[in-house]
Write a protein that binds this ligand. Structure first.
Ligand code: PMV
Length: 320
């Protein structure tokens, strides 16, 4: 047995959003999601056997209760009674709506599986990662991925080389951790939003249109669908009891900026997740002008540029 299992995974950013669970116990989604895995943003994780389970994230020991059920599940699936000491680091802000739970749980699953040398298939890893976080199900694969409503695993749709001109500009509006986790917010939405059923029905209808636009590499068709997906998702949150509002004034300011950029002929199509950050999909040719416009209006915000990236990578070794 090696001393360490290692893994590296990148976040999965949804074009068509997953929001709400069809089974709370199994963590299966109520809506289908279509996503891109982001190059250059990485969770890097090591796992070794230990006396008790522990997760250290970006140098901070995490509350064991947060991961207890997931470690029990990993032990059952990997047929071991051992406990794990896991260390993970993100090279981007944690828990602030940049989908760090997707790369975090994908890398945790990969590192523990590598340590146990179980030789799991990507489908098995995706199935396992789902129990940690829904979006982690997708982050096992690179390029563009689909996680269907009710599914236990994601499937790869197009690899990372499929759309070489596709870019994402990430604008970090706030880098502190969010107040309400996506898990809690989703459940609150399911239980209380009067629009929840319509959200599920309308998401299912958006998916084939988005898949066709993606297959055609047609951002002018994909962009409006991306916007409808995230804005309908937030409509269920705004209408929950109590309402959930992740946005800051500057988030809306950036939505307006994208509107203006589109009016000037630039293809800037924004999306948001469970946090205040704004991510803008565009083509490589428009990226410099969009980046300049955003940085001129919001010089205080950090921006990151990304594009379709690789899926989970795992390896083993005897030293850190
Ligand atoms: O699986 P979680 O808890 O990371 O939830 C993901 C929810 C969204 O990021 C808002 C949408 C998505 O499909 O990634």
């Amino acid at each position: 047995m090696p001393t360490y299992g290692f893994a590296k995974a990148s976040p999965s950013l949804a074009l068509i959003k997953y929001w709400g669970k069809s089974s709370k116990e199994n963590n299966t989604p109520a809506t289908p999601s279509l996503a891109v895995t982001l190059a250059g943003l990485e969770s890097t994780t090591s796992a070794r056997f230990a006396d008790r389970d522990q997760v250290v994230l970006d140098g901070k020991v995490q509350d064991p209760a947060q991961h207890a059920a997931f470690f029990d599940l990993l032990r059952a699936e990997l047929k071991t009674s051992q406990h794990f000491a896991v260390e993970s680091a993100n090279n981007f802000p944690t828990a602030a709506g940049l989908a760090s739970s997707s790369s975090g749980y994908a890398a945790l699953t990969g590192a523990v599986a590598a340590l146990c040398q179980e030789g799991l298939t990507p489908n098995q890893l995706s199935t396992l990662a789902r129990r940690g976080s829904g979006s982690a199900t997708r982050a096992i694969y690179g390029g563009f991925t689909l996680f269907d409503a009710g599914a236990e695993a994601a499937v790869p749709v197009h690899d990372e080389a499929f759309w070489p001109d596709f870019r994402v500009l990430i604008v970090t509006v706030r880098d502190e951790a969010k107040a309400v986790s996506s898990r809690v917010a989703m459940e609150q939405t399911r239980l209380t939003s009067p629009y929840y059923q319509d959200w599920i029905t309308s998401s299912a209808a958006l998916l084939p249109r988005a898949q066709a636009a993606l297959a055609a590499r047609d951002l002018d068709s994909l962009g409006p669908l991306v916007r409808m997906s995230y804005l309908r998702m937030f409509s269920t949150m705004f209408s929950a009891e109590p309402p959930i509002i992740y946005w800051y004034p500057e988030s809306l300011g950036l939505i307006r900026t994208c509107e203006e950029l589109r009016a000037s002929g630039l293809g800037a199509w924004e999306t948001m997740d469970a946090g205040p950050q704004v991510k803008i999909f565009c083509l490589a040719k428009d990226l410099p002008a969009i980046k300049t416009a955003v940085e001129t209006r919001y010089p205080q915000f950090k921006t990151l540029t990304s594009q379709p990236g690789p899926g989970l990578q795992t390896w083993t070794g005897d030293r850190l």
